[in-house]
Each structure stands twice: as C-alpha cells, then as structure tokens.
Design a protein around this ligand. Structure first.
Ligand code: APR
Length: 320
C-alpha cells in the first residue's frame, strides 16, 4: 500500500512540529508549503535528516507553489499570523481570513479529496471561511481547538490531583476563545466526575473554578511567556491525533470545531462539539444533554463566534 500524503500549509512553529510528529509516527509522506521563500524546503530537509537518527520512514519535502499539496489525503492549515502579547485571537481576523480564503481555494483545486484540519485563529470562524472557499463537504473540513483545550484542562487537573494525565478525561465545548465551556460534570478522574471529587474532599470548588479559568486562559498564558508567538507543541500534537483518527479510521471521540446544521440548535456554524472522527471525516456529531447553566455558557460562546462570522462577511462585502 502506498504511503498516505500529509500536506502542511504553513511551515512555521506549528507546521514544523506537525511535520516532525507526522513523520515520527509514520502517518505518511509529508509536504510543507509556505509563502516564505525557501523556508519550507529548508525545514523539510532538516527534518528529513533526522530520519536516519530517529529511524522513521517518511519522505519530507517542501515548496512555495501550492501544487506541492496535490493529491494530499490530509491537509493541516496553520498559515497566517499568530498572537503577540496583549492580542486576542480575534485581533487576527483581518489578515487570517484573507489567508484562509486563498488556502481554501488552493485545497479545492489541488486536494479536493483531503480531510482538512484548520488551526489558524480565530479558529471557529477561520474554518468556516476555509470550508466555504474550498467547496469541500463540511464533514471533511474541521477545526482543531477542543482537543487542545481539553488537553490543557486534563493537564491542570492531573497536576491538582497528582494522578496520571492518562486517567483524567475532560470535555471542553464551544468556541476556541475566552468563552469556551469546560464541562466540569462530564470530566472525570478514572470515571469519577469532578463534582464527586469535590464531595470526596480531593479538591475544593474554588480550586476547580480556578482550573477552569486557567484552561480558558491557557493560550494567553503561553503567549505571555513566549512573547514572540503562541503555543505550538500542544496544538500540533492535538491536530496529529485528529489526523491519525481519520487516516487509521480509529473513530476516536474527539471535540472538534465541526459544521453544525441543526445540531445544538445551530445552523451553518462551526463550533466545538464532541464528534466521532473516522475514515468518513466527521462521522457523527454527538449531542449531549446540557443543563441550563451549560446551555447559557454554550450560547454565549456561539454568539461570540457568530459575531466574528458577521465581521468576516462585512469585510468580504467591503472588498467586493
Ligand atoms: N500562505 C501560506 N502561508 C502563510 C501565509 C499564506 N498566505 N501567510 C503566512 N503564512 C505562513 C508564515 O510564513 C508562517 O511561516 O504561516 C506561517 C505561520 O507560522 P508562525 O508565524 O510560526 O505561527 P504558528 O505559531 O505556527 O501559528 C499559526 O495557528 O494557532 C494558530 O494563532 C495561531 O493563527 C496562528 C497559526
């Protein structure tokens, strides 16, 4: 069987990490695209030269022409600009919506059969822009946010409880922004829901609330420390988990920014929800029961995403 092809559009901090992880896991051959001249080819060559040492079989190449992504099975998009300290994800919208439109058109032309994972921020609206421009079916265009936000939540919880990260499950819904909704009662340690752990005296409600807030601010915490850009290791690892579930038809249950067409009472909107990712892309959107408080938080998050979609529509109207 021929190797799969993984195209990475954007070969910056996240793109380079994606390339290394995809190659090390032997998910397929990797091609990097970027507008920075020579850079994707240089990164690809540097990474390819790790293969004899690391012992993986995958070809890595890069280029500045969109044709390099031709026939890709998976495309992961990080093209655009990241945040600097003091910026919100939403501040990136003007530049990154133009980038995602161009990238979407190129994917429609060169890789119409791919499963596409968008990472560029502000995430939920960027994946909407890209899907529209690509013409690909919505079940094959998703955004990476929920896996990362849940990973941050899980990490903070594991630290608090002094248990393995592997035994902590966590659920984050909604848009990838300050309004994201970490679902405390659906998050567990070895199956025990967090509210029960508070009752058992493992932690306090105050500590749990602080962890929820730290999860919401997880991206900003890293931007503040790095000063010159935003997080890249955990975002890359999260997108690779989604790509792997698609390529190997694992049918993992993962929170992703998926296209809603009636689910959760929303229409033609991308927002973070639990899904099953398999060979068909988003094979199912799982609709969980939300209580009134969770519904209100989810709606607040949805409204924030809708506001940004309207901003993009307005920018588009001004251009034409
Ligand atoms: N087409 C292709 N690549 C582009 C384009 C474009 N039109 N515009 C910019 N790029 C490239 C840049 O040259 C750069 O190499 O996108 C890359 C982005 O890389 P970084 O600046 O290192 O940013 P990174 O940390 O990888 O984040 C990328 O993901 O999490 C989000 O908010 C983050 O939107 C940002 C994106």
């Amino acid at each position: 069987m021929a190797r799969k092809k993984i195209a990475l559009v954007g070969a910056g901090q996240i793109g380079g990490t994606l390339a290394l992880l995809a190659a090390q896991k032997e998910l397929g051959d990797v091609v990097l695209f970027d507008i920075a001249e020579g850079m994707p080819a240089g990164k690809a060559l540097d990474l390819a030269e790790t293969s004899p040492v690391e012992g993986f079989n995958a070809s890595l190449t890069g280029g500045n022409d969109y044709s390099v992504i031709e026939g890709a099975d998976v495309v992961i998009v990080t093209a655009g600009i990241p945040r600097k300290p003091g910026m919100s994800r939403d501040d990136l919208i003007g530049i990154n919506s133009g980038v995602c439109k161009t990238v979407g058109e190129a994917i429609g032309k060169y890789a119409p059969n791919a499963f596409v994972i968008v990472i560029t921020n502000p995430l939920d609206v960027m994946v909407w822009v890209l899907q529209q421009a690509s013409g690909l079916p919505p079940e094959r265009v998703v955004g990476m946010a929920g896996v990362l936000d849940s990973a941050r939540f899980r990490y903070f919880l594991a630290e608090e409880f002094n248990v393995s990260v592997e035994d902590v499950t966590a659920f984050v819904l909604g848009g990838h922004g300050d309004t994201m909704v970490p679902l405390v009662r659906y998050s567990t340690v070895a199956g025990i829901p967090l509210p029960d752990l508070v009752k058992m005296g493992w932690t306090t409600q105050e500590k749990l609330d602080a962890i929820v807030q730290r999860t919401r601010d997880g991206g900003a915490e890293i931007v503040k420390l790095l000063k010159t850009g935003s997080a890249f290791y955990a975002p890359a690892a999260s997108a690779i988990q989604m790509a792997e579930s698609y390529l190997k038809d694992q049918k993992r249950v993962l929170p992703v920014a998926a296209h809603l067409s009636g689910q959760y009472g929303q229409d033609d909107l991308y927002v973070g929800v639990p899904t099953i990712i398999g060979a068909g892309g988003v094979e199912k959107i799982i609709e969980i029961e939300l209580n009134d408080e969770e519904k209100a938080m989810f709606q607040n998050s949805v409204d924030a995403v809708k506001t940004l979609v309207d901003v993009v529509k307005k920018l588009d109207a001004e251009k034409s």
